[in-house]
Design a protein around this ligand. Sequence first.
Ligand code: TMP
Length: 208
Amino acid sequence: MINNSTRGKLIVFEGPDGGGKSTQVKLLAEMLNDFGKKVITLREPGGTIIGEKVRDILLDSKFIEMATKTELLLFMAARAQLVEEVIIPALNEGTFVICDRFIMSTIAYQGIAGGEKIEDIKNIATLATNSLNPDITIVIDVPTEVGMKRVGSKKDRMENKGFDFHHKIREGYLMLAQETNNVFIVDGTASIENLNEKIMEITKRELF
Ligand code: TMP
């Protein structure tokens, strides 16, 4: 059970592949550290021994036969482990948790692009996360052409799904950002420094 008065904050980064999330997660963590906050950074799927094993299965390009429902449940399984083993204890200790992807990724990738019902995904997420929601979500938006180009030719199973699939994801994020609370879109084509400045401004304004 989380004690609200001393609870840490959950900051989630979302967006299409190739938006530069991992760089911005690292920079925000460094800045929060400089502000004297206790910070951990995590990635999804992953962040636990079990979650990293599930990640290997999910991203392995040889599993071309994987059904979208299997994908959805494996992403959620990794998430359930991460929430229980790492995120809730960290928040309870007052730590700022920065997570590279969370539920919105499953809604965008397996729901909007993959065709699974969004209501079903939300119900499974409620079970997997004990109804945990991010305090803020930063969506790093990037045009599909730019994102795909940045990913390059060494693609994992998800990145390999083609332009149309990734275009739906980008559109999906823009739509979800409009209809979800505490979600902020930033321009992933800006320079690393400008993007970091913008993200820090949003974080300070919303959470300090
Ligand atoms: P990453 O490349 O950002 O580490 O994420 C791994 C890939 O998995 C990425 O292509 C997005 C995808 N993904 C989903 O399809 N559904 C999810 O729920 C999550 C967390 C990631």
